[in-house]
Design a protein around this ligand. Structure first.
Ligand code: ADP
Length: 259
């Protein structure tokens, strides 16, 4: 049977017999991406032509007013939503031409998701929650358990493996959600307002964890946030307004996000 990589063509660089151009392709490359909802008078242009390149190892914060297209862009990058027009290359593979099944494989093998509301299964232990992505990958139970433990240890929750979400604080629940997102060793972690439900102290702890995962494990991170002091942890700040990118700054961001 063909491997998942061969089926999505992401790692092999070959899909349907077509060779991907030489050179290191960007992890994510959006070109002229639009997303239009509805029709006629009800038409909403959520994305009005977005060009965005994200390279391996980056930590990108995405800011912008409510309704400016941040979530829509994250959904496109996360293969949860298809653009209306434009090109999306993931490691050089044109995602818009993949089948639904191939996009699901790409999500499962290369992407991790963290949401504002944690999205954990309530009556399930932290360990079992973290194992879920590995069940989808059909990993044997012993290996699954070990990797889930390792991921929980990486977020500082080794001692809470058998607790259910109701027995954990909000900050701990978000750590479990991050462990679940990294247990598959994704190339790209997409975080949509990961600190939105947390107080400032816990928010800073989550960002310190994300910085560590980015630095030590080389996980590329794209994070939507409304909070300038959370965005300041990133090394690049992309700003959206009315469905387009209006700013893209790198380096020391403290001045950029508060200015
Ligand atoms: P943000 O994340 O910056 O708040 P969104 O990407 O959620 O912005 O939304 C961008 C625009 O697209 C908004 O005007 C929003 O109302 C609209 N929109 C988002 N999703 C849908 C949808 N499923 N149907 C119709 N309009 C949508």
């Amino acid at each position: 049977m063909a491997s998942d990589d061969a089926r999505t063509g992401v790692r092999t660089g070959v899909r349907n017999g077509a060779h991907i151009p030489q050179g290191a392709p960007a992890l994510v490359q959006l070109h002229g991406v639009t997303k239009v909802y509805g029709s006629g008078e009800a038409t909403v242009v959520a994305l009005g032509g977005v060009d965005l390149r994200i390279d391996d190892g980056e930590f990108v914060a995405i800011m912008g007013p409510s309704g400016s297209g941040k979530s829509t862009c994250m959904n496109v990058i996360g293969c949860l939503d298809a653009p209306t027009s434009g090109s999306y290359l993931f490691r050089g593979v044109e995602v818009t031409q993949l089948s639904r099944n191939q996009r699901a494989l790409l999500r499962r093998h290369y992407l991790g998701f963290v949401f504002q509301g944690y999205n954990l299964l309530a009556r399930t232990t932290a360990l079992e929650n973290v194992e879920i992505p590995l069940i989808y990958r059909r990993q044997p139970i012993a290996e699954r358990r070990q990797r889930a433990y390792e991921a929980l240890a990486a977020v500082g929750l080794a001692g809470r493996a058998n607790h259910t979400p109701g027995e954990l604080s909000g900050g701990q629940q978000q750590r479990v959600a991050i462990a679940r997102a990294i247990v598959t060793e994704p190339a790209l972690l997409l975080a949509d307002e990961p600190t939105g439900n947390l107080d400032s102290k816990l928010g800073h702890e989550i960002l310190e964890l994300l910085v560590r995962l980015n630095g030590e494990r080389g996980i590329t991170i794209a994070m939507v946030t409304h909070e300038p002091d959370m965005a300041a942890y990133a090394r690049r700040l992309v700003r959206f307004h009315d469905g387009v990118i209006v700013g893209d700054e790198r380096g020391a961001l403290t001045a950029a996000v508060t200015g």
